[in-house]
Design a protein around this ligand. Sequence first.
Ligand code: ZN
Length: 106
Amino acid sequence: MNVEKALLEEADFIARQQRGRVSRLEADLQELLERKAQIEADLDNARRSAERRGTYVPVQGHQRFCPRCWIIDGKKGELRGVPSSTGDDIEKCQSCAREYPIPSRT
Ligand SMILES: [Zn+2]
């Protein structure tokens, strides 16, 4: 085998390796871009959460609302009383299922 042919075969081999590498790197980059977009959305939402604390209204008329749903998602999660084995009342969110023990006034 002459030198030129050997080097051209090696060049083909390296080029094939690099094509495979390009595919893997493109997939890695796409994954990172999707993760970046998710982090940016989470960051934006977390920043707005602090603002939502200022607009949280726990009770409107007879309805009570979940602080978690409002502050994290900006949604009104309706609370309803559930049976308790202790003397405390428990308010349970109908959206996220979080329970809030409400100490009785004694
Ligand atoms: Zn909730």
